[in-house]
Design a protein around this ligand. Structure first.
Ligand SMILES: CC(C)(COP(=O)(O)OP(=O)(O)OC[C@H]1O[C@@H](n2cnc3c(N)ncnc32)[C@H](O)[C@@H]1OP(=O)(O)O)[C@@H](O)C(=O)NCCC(=O)NCCS
Length: 322
């Protein structure tokens, strides 16, 4: 018998503090209209001083497990995607395992920047398909606000904090129809975040803030996401019209609109959370998926395309029959 992964629960968490474009324009030379027109963002959430990737992950994960009606000790595997781990080690997944009291599972983090949740879903799917795990918790959790240089107007306008979660279970029917993940380490300079503690003598003076050549990243993202759509449809012998929902990584409304256009989809079929969340990196797709499941837009049996692009570069997709 073949094994597939099925989504049995979703969850999400957003910190309560709202940072509007007007708030940012008090700090750097920008405006609400510039930010909204170029990005589609109006506000983003900022984690409180006592919040972290692990604490936000716990809330999102608990919500997803409640929806899935499973207990923590039923989990076989926890994967957390984050670029803002609480500690270098233990992994945020191990910290989450302890918080949840998930005694019977293995837990590890993956780092694929904004593509993290797609990479984590892909790994989870391989574990379930191979029979190595039956119930898997995937979480994306990020405190991007702590990696942002709040004096850099080209990056501080983009990012926000939050956590999204999904529980997968082994099933006889898909579920996840396919996942596709890719990396190209050749574009490091276009988007990176230094780690001062592990710096070499040559880059020891770099601060630990996101550095980005936004315009160039934008162009690569649009082209790459166009290609991943084609790859995903071809692998499943599906047509554009077979996709009910697009749940894209929430980086920029113009990147999202380009992918929707490629799919000949109306924006009504695209889940957009960007306006009030900004780019929450590896949390964004799971937050958007959770929102559209909970408000009833995504219905059982519908086909949902998740896609992401991030530093690395990394990019990928997951096609799900929900
Ligand atoms: C960052 C981004 C919004 C900038 O928009 P853009 O249309 O590409 O703008 P440019 O970088 O070409 O800059 C155009 C001008 O606006 C200025 N500008 C940049 N940020 C600004 C801001 N926040 N407010 C006002 N002006 C700004 C620039 O300095 C530049 O001025 P100049 O023409 O005098 O040199 C856009 O490139 C983007 O979203 N890129 C993708 C980033 C991304 O998604 N990264 C994460 C990937 S997961």
């Amino acid at each position: 018998m073949r094994h597939y992964s099925r989504v049995i629960g979703t969850g999400g968490y957003l910190p309560t503090t709202i940072c509007t474009n007007d708030d940012i324009s008090q700090r750097v030379e920008t405006s609400d209209s510039w930010i909204f027109e170029r990005t589609g963002i109006k506000s983003r959430r900022i984690a409180g001083g006592d919040e972290s990737a692990a604490s936000m992950a716990e809330i999102a994960a608990t919500q997803a497990m409640d929806a899935a009606e499973i207990l923590a000790d039923e989990l076989d595997l926890i994967i957390v995607a984050t670029g803002t781990p609480d500690r270098v080690y233990p992994s945020t997944a191990c910290l989450l395992q302890q918080r949840l009291g998930a005694k019977n599972c293995v837990a590890f983090d993956i780092q694929a920047a904004c593509s993290g949740s797609i990479f984590a879903l892909s790994i989870a799917d391989q574990y379930i398909k191979s029979g190595a795990a039956k119930k898997v918790l995937v979480v994306g959790s990020e405190v991007c606000s702590r990696l942002v240089d709040w004096t850099d107007r080209e990056t501080c306008i983009l990012f926000g904090d939050g956590a999204g979660a999904i529980v997968l279970e082994v099933a006889e029917q898909a579920g996840i129809l396919s996942t596709h993940i890719h990396s190209d380490g050749g574009c490091e300079d276009l988007l990176y975040c230094p780690n001062p503690q592990a710096a070499t003598a040559a880059n020891k003076d770099e601060l630990g803030f996101i550095k980005m050549r936004g315009n160039e990243v934008f162009k690569v993202a649009v082209n790459t996401l166009g290609r991943i759509v084609d790859e995903t449809l071809a692998a499943n012998e599906m047509d554009k019209s077979d996709i009910d929902w697009l749940v894209p990584h929430q980086a920029n409304i113009r990147i999202i609109a380009a992918t929707a256009k490629k799919l000949r989809m109306s924006m009504d079929q695209v889940v957009v959370t960007l306006e009030n969340q900004g780019n929450t990196s590896s949390a964004s797709i799971l937050l958007a998926f959770n929102e559209a499941v909970r408000d009833g837009r995504i219905q059982r049996g519908q086909v949902v395309l998740l896609e992401a692009f991030g530093a690395g570069f990394t990019w990928g997709s997951a096609l799900i029959r929900y």
